[in-house]
Write a protein that binds this ligand. Sequence first.
Ligand code: ADP
Ligand code: MG
Length: 495
Amino acid sequence: MNSHAKPEKLIKGATGDFEVVIGLEVHAQVTSRAKLFSGAATEFGSEPNANVSLVDAAMPGMLPVINEECVAQAIRTGLGLNAKINLRSVFDRKNYFYPDLPQGYQISQYKSPIVGEGVVTVDVSPTEQIEVGIERLHLEQDAGKSLHDQSPTESFVDLNRSGVALMEIVSKPDMRSADEARAYVTKLRTILRYLGTCDGNMEQGSLRADVNVSVRRPGEPFGTRCEIKNVNSIRFIGQAIEVEARRQIGILEDGGKIDQETRLFDPVRGETRSMRSKEEAHDYRYFPDPDLLPLEFDQAYVDALAGYLPELPDAKKARFMKDYGLPAYDAGVLVADKETADYFEAAVKHGSKPRDPKLVANWVTGDVAAYANSLGLPVAQTHIAPAQIAGLVDLISDGTISGKIAKDVLAIVIGEDKDGDPRAIVEARGMRQVTDTGAIAAAVDAIISANPDKVAQAKAKPTMLGWFVGQVMKQTGGKANPQAVNELLKEKLGI
Ligand code: ADP
Ligand code: MG
């Protein structure tokens, strides 16, 4: 594991370097139409208290019944995290009082979770990969929500989320910078989305993280951690880590000590604030829920689920590198979103003859991604079809247009001719590249005879060639084949 940070990751304090140590508890809402122990719907955005069964409202005498789909989702997720699946696990009651918790306890898993240790491979940058250990994954119920902003004198409770299934995915304290933590959550979200076990939608609260942060001098044992609760965006996770590490370093450098606390991140003020001192497990009086039997299934059940898992991002990346000869960086960018990866493959394979995958990757991760970003959409949700990108790449490859003209064709597809076939656009608008050397030679001759001073300069300074290329391109409306222009110019200028 990644036990010691590289020197460039250390944080400089006034009295020397510090290393930040991070472990994350990620709460991921299970994709399931019904709740963990009731048949009520889990739909987002319903009227308050529209999705509440008697079980979710904790009416006396109501009994929980496990939803098998949620169990299957937790197992799939465990498999996707390369983790040990526990064939026997136990649901416990975690007791606490809060207005949004009608039962007075949360059904969770404590000593015997459904998933044990695993590992996630994380790309921190194009050249740096780390492995983050998974401690465990357990199933638990979400709580309801108190509404304090509806009336000046009263608070209300919305129980729509009460009883919704969550997976708590606990990492080992294996991260050593805000970048590593951000990259880990990004990768985790990608895996969950590939698996279809959590939609990863952080704005809707489907994925949120409790961020544990401590600091130490390099080489020393772990320091005391603080837990920053419920951070709901990847950017905020990074910011919370940075300000919390700074705060702890400040205290230590002043000769103080860190109190183990639960804190909140305030993104507006850019600081963390104490919420309460750390609660201990015994504060929750955990005990096995007498209403639920231990959860048991056999290995055949796990194997059957494993048999239907989709190709996951790491495997897809390896395949893109091997089958399409893509560099690791391109493959990594493409597989970060499953639909983008599918889009790329559709463009490569469109029609009867194969085309250069690297060229297709360049367009998908370059111009198409930039256009998608400008709309705030993923690549696959823009109107540009993989077939259009395939057409564009073919036109470049067979020399009909240059890469530069291809950008103009794409602009037409983005703007005036959304369904347009690139080849038809090029023909209709006379955008073909001029490869006829006679026509190019005429343009070259004209430029040379009009600029004798520049010709003299170019002989002394061959980098002047660029200026001539630009002039010829201008004269030919950008349609001259750049390679032919270069060759002819060199020949005629004698450089
Ligand atoms: P609790 O329920 O008390 O928060 P858990 O074991 O569920 O305890 O979670 C502890 C989390 O804190 C894990 O993600 C773990 O990696 C992380 N952690 C443990 N020790 C440290 C430390 N010294 N610094 C930072 N993170 C830590
Ligand atoms: Mg915790």
